[in-house]
Design a protein around this ligand. Structure first.
Ligand SMILES: *Cc1c(COP(=O)(O)O)cnc(C)c1O
Length: 384
């Protein structure tokens, strides 16, 4: 398939040929990514990035954002306002925790990305407490109820799919608890699950649900998406200092006015998102897409249980990334070096779990065939 992207890559390879000895950049272009973002992007989606530039105040820009909004509302099962941010997902995390916490935020963390909410609160002078279940365990609704009963909190953060530990938290059951506390704003990080697992935002009562493009949405990094409820907006109006670029009110009110943004958005990524959402909704279909992710997860889980152990408890395993305990004590970085020679890449354990665990992502456009080939290579290298 001689697509434009292919030709560009070929030319790029030729132009960096003389850099071969320092060649990381070139090598990575040919490696199938089984890491939890960035993910491989299909060539026809990549081509949309080459759409001729448009003025960000034009009618075309308005129509583009309007189409994206309507499609994201379908993907997220919501009527809430959709915003984009020309930042990675962390930008909207920071926007929402800062703009939505008046009193104190309860951060529930099952790993490194849960902890990130807490670091954001602290660095923005937002009063916060962090609550952690036992390692490997998901957040239980009862735990949230117990914390909210103290009356100290008006915001809750949950990581839907914790990419470090491979745990998927029960956002619906937690949402049912939060509904009993009408003053509490519910923020959900769905960075590594939106587009790969079903999240019914309105049914769950989620006020801000956010994600990045470079994970299950199957796009390059550089843009993030979110749904914002009226309740989140009303709360934000009561917060005096919300910052500027990531001011939730500033962004939401401009989108609600004319589907545009206070600052210049990444229109190339918006073209790619517009197109990719069509593929997700109408070509593959939501249910098929969610089933494919779950099916791939089951394959990796079974493989992991045969040869190793899973980190997360059984009923809350992620559909998009699997964290496997390195019970045999082999070198994960050596494995990855050899895998890269063979055209694949996985992830080491996150933070303190480096070498103690490894992670295989199965998100975005990955297929069973790709995955079986990867598992076969690992078996071959490690002689499993
Ligand atoms: C990747 C990831 C993030 C960080 O997203 P960025 O787009 O890099 O800012 C946050 N939360 C989770 C669960 C993630 O997987």
């Amino acid at each position: 398939m001689k697509t434009l992207a292919f030709k560009v890559l070929t030319r790029y390879n030729a132009s960096v040929e003389h850099l071969k000895n320092s060649g990381e950049g070139m090598i990575s272009l040919h490696i199938k990514l089984f890491i939890p973002g960035p993910v491989d992007v299909d060539p026809d989606v990549l081509q949309r990035l080459a759409t001729p530039q448009i003025a960000h105040r034009s009618k075309t820009a308005t129509e583009l954002q309007k189409r994206i909004s309507e499609k994201l509302q379908q993907l997220m099962y919501t009527k809430n306002t959709i915003i984009l941010s020309t930042s990675s997902g962390s930008g909207i995390m920071e926007m929402s925790i800062r703009s939505c916490t008046k009193k104190r935020v309860a951060v529930f963390s099952v790993g490194a990305f849960g902890d990130r909410w807490y670091q954001m609160a602290v660095s923005n002078n937002v009063p916060a407490d962090i609550f952690r279940p036992e390692p490997g365990k998901a957040v239980r609704p009862e735990m949230v109820d117990e914390v909210l009963r103290t009356g100290k909190y008006d915001t809750v953060t949950i990581t839907h799919n914790e990419t470090s530990s491979g745990i998927m938290n029960p956002v619906k059951a937690i949402g049912d608890v939060i509904k009993q506390y009408p003053d509490v704003v519910y923020l959900v990080d769905a960075v590594s699950s939106l587009g790969g697992a079903k999240i019914e935002v309105d049914k769950c009562g989620i006020d801000v649900c956010l994600a990045s493009t470079q994970k299950c949405l199957g796009l390059p990094p550089g843009l993030s998406v979110a749904s914002i409820s009226d309740k989140a907006v009303e709360r934000a109006k009561t917060i005096e200092y919300r910052g500027f670029y990531l001011d939730l009110i500033n962004v939401v009110s401009r989108v609600q006015k004319d589907y545009q943004y206070p600052a210049t958005p990444s229109t190339p990524l918006m073209w790619a998102l517009d197109y990719q959402l069509d593929r997700i909704l109408y070509k593959e279909g939501l249910e098929n897409r969610f089933m494919r992710h779950e099916h791939l997860a089951k394959i990796v889980q079974a493989w992991a249980m045969k040869h190793f152990k899973l980190f997360a408890e059984e009923d809350y395993l992620s559909h998009t990334v699997t964290t496997i305990l390195n019970t045999k004590g082999y070198s994960v970085s050596d494995l990855n070096k050899e895998l890269m020679n063979r055209g694949y890449m996985i992830s080491n354990g996150y933070g303190a779990f480096k070498e103690k665990a490894f992670r295989i992502a199965h998100m975005a456009e990955r297929t069973e065939k790709d995955l079986q080939a990867l598992l076969h290579e690992i078996e071959d290298i490690w002689k499993l």
